[in-house]
Every structure is written in structure tokens, then in C-alpha cells.
Write a protein that binds this ligand. Sequence first.
Ligand code: PLP
Length: 423
Amino acid sequence: MANEKTGNALWYPYAQMKDLEVNHQVQTAEGVHLHLTDGKRLIDGISSWWCVTHGYHHPELDQAIKDQLDKYAHVMLGGLSNEPALNLSQKLVDITPEGLNHVFFGDSGSVGVEVALKMATQYWHNLGRANKKKIIALNKAYHGDTSGCMSVCDPAEGMHNLFSGITPQQYFLDAPESGYEPDLALLKQELDTIEAFMRSEHQHCAALIVEPLMQAAGGFNLYSPEYLKQVKTLCEKYEILLIADEVATGFGRTGTLFACEQADICPDIMVLGKGLTAGYLGHSATLSTTEIFNAFLSDDPSKAFMHGPTFMGNALACSVGLKSIEIFQRDRYLERIKHIETHLKNSLLPVQSKKVKAARVLGATGVFEVHDKSVLADAQAFAIERGVWLRPFESYLYTMPPYIIDDESLSKITDVMLEWANS
Ligand SMILES: Cc1ncc(COP(=O)(O)O)c(C=O)c1O
């Protein structure tokens, strides 16, 4: 049946279409602002699902795309190459942790994760150890919406739990609870549990996949660099690859360019998306070490990596990705992110509200976790009335602003969050 409120041609994401009202159509967007067709102007407090790192309609990013468009928009990467893809792959090798030397492009974060899972499994297959095919994931994890990704999302609490038993059965470990500044006794206990599991199951395990330091869509669960470092050590000890899904955490969101840097580790495989193209075009990059890459080199054709999304290495996406990294480095974005973090900590962490169970801040991410998720029902309308775009989900009201945000706009976001908490 047609939905009279929205029309039914457009099926919206993560939404019950029966009673969905979408009254916020964006006409133009500039900097941190969304200008709606009804004349409202909203500060985007969540960077369009965390990807619009430089804000909207950025003149240099727009120009990078226009310049490439004058040459061509896209050529296939099967047998052809293009300069933006070559340059971006080299740039990513240069800026990611030392040891990641090869880049496989995809067209979304989910595809980037699929590539990582497939690469990890085939790595062991190519080495003659085909029994190592299970993936270890963490409860509270979110890695995307396609089948392989769903198989490594939280199987009980996650939004894909309906598909448990249909998607491949993976291994799950408890989500870390020892925190960003860890409770050391708890941390030790968590690591002991992981080690016990690996000791008994490593023969079947291809890889462990984590969102480094911050389990994002699964509940903004922060954990420590020490946890990550020790997990990497355990992976090495038990011959299990470590996949760092930095789709959400990459490009500065946790305070460093990549979250893995805080633990001083190089994962075997790293996945980037979202901020890679600054919200202009869907794209992802799955990076691997040379050891992994070399396992695919062979005279035997079946050892090649048989994967190739049509739009991988798209020239427009790679052009804007390159320009985005250039601006990020040139304009010292890590300092901006530090400034945002200080603001978020000073304003959000002291919250005293009956609604709020916990407040957490890391890098350019600030979160209120509420006791009872039903109280969030009015939070989005409350923010919109006050000129801010937020999209709370489950038990979380959060901000992940564009890094170009000025103090006044940032205060507006945090004031609205606090006003809602105290309302
Ligand atoms: C950690 C993580 N991995 C993967 C994805 C999937 O990315 P995409 O939505 O681009 O497919 C997301 C999206 O939120 C994510 O947060």
C-alpha cells in the first residue's frame, strides 16, 4: 500500500515504512549546514552518517571532482588503470601503519569488509590451510549490512540477529568492557578469555575482526589501545589474522588518523570507507600486508583473488579521496579534532541527568547513553526545532560533527544535547 505521508517509491534505510514521516528534504548544503526545502537551516551534528568530514560543498573537493570529470568519470579497473586510483593507493600506503602495502578498492564500507573476510580466508587456503576459515568477531560489533558483514555483527543484540543461522556461523567473543582507560584487572581477564579461546580454536580461525578502539554502531563502546595491542600479540601467537575495520574510526574520528596508531600496531588487513571520500562518493579501501599479498602470487590461477566490484577505483571517488587527504594534512585536521574533543569532553562529560546513564567522548565523537531508549523518541524533533540535525538510535544520542565545525556551531550541538538531557 502506498504510504501517503512519504510516497512509496523511495524505500528509506533502517525504517519502518508504515509510519515513516520524512519531512526534511535538503535543497542545498554548505559547510556544516543543511538547508531544507521548508526554509529551515540545520547544523549537521553527525556528518551524514559520519562521512562528511570537510563539510558540504567544499570548493576544493568540488573542484577535484570537476577536474577529473573533464577527463572521464570512470573506467574499469579490470585490465585498465587510472591515475587517481594509482595515486590514491600509494597515498594510502604512505599514511596507514607501516606494513600495509597493497590496496584493494571497493564501493562501500560493507564491500570493503567483505573483501577483507574473503582475503583472510583465501590467504589460509592458498597456504594449504583451508581448515582456517572461521572469523572471530566481538559482541556489539557492527561491520555492515551485506551477508558476510552480517555474519560478524553482534548475533544477538545487533540489528541483523534475524539472519543468524542463515549467514555463515562465526565465533563471537564478549565485547570489551574494560574501557578506554582500562580497568586493568578486567582487561587481564578479558585477554585471558580471548587467549583461552584462541588456544582451543585457532586451527579453525582465519581472522579476528575488530573496530579498533570504538565499537561504533553497536553502541559506541570504547576500549583501550592496550586491549588492541594485546589482541594483536595474541593473533600473532595463534596465527590468526587481525582485520581492523576502520570504516568508522579511520580518518581522525578517534583522535588519530587511524585508531590503530594509538596502539602502535599494524593489522594484517585494514578496511577504510566513509571519510575516505569525504562523503562525496561511495568507496572503500581494503589494505593488506605484503605477506598476505604474496600468498596470492602463484602460477596457479586459482590462487588469484577473484573479486572486482564494477566501480572499484572509480576515478571521481579516488580524485576526491586524494584531495581530502591533502586538505586533512595541510590544514592540520588532527589539531582541529583535538579541539573538538576538548570541547566535547568539557561540555558533555559533566552531564547530570536522570535520562543519561553514561557520557563518552573520544576524538570527534561524543555520546550520551540513556537508561531507557524510549526517552529518545522525541530527541530528534527536539534538536531540529533548535536547528541541529541528530539521529539518535537504540540507546544513544551522539554527535560526530564535520571537522571544519566552528566553536559556535559545536556549542550549539552540545547545548542542544544537554538541554534535551535536562528536559
Ligand atoms: C565499522 C563499520 N564497518 C562497516 C560499515 C559499512 O559501511 P557502508 O555503510 O559504507 O557499507 C560501517 C557503517 O556504518 C561501519 O561503521
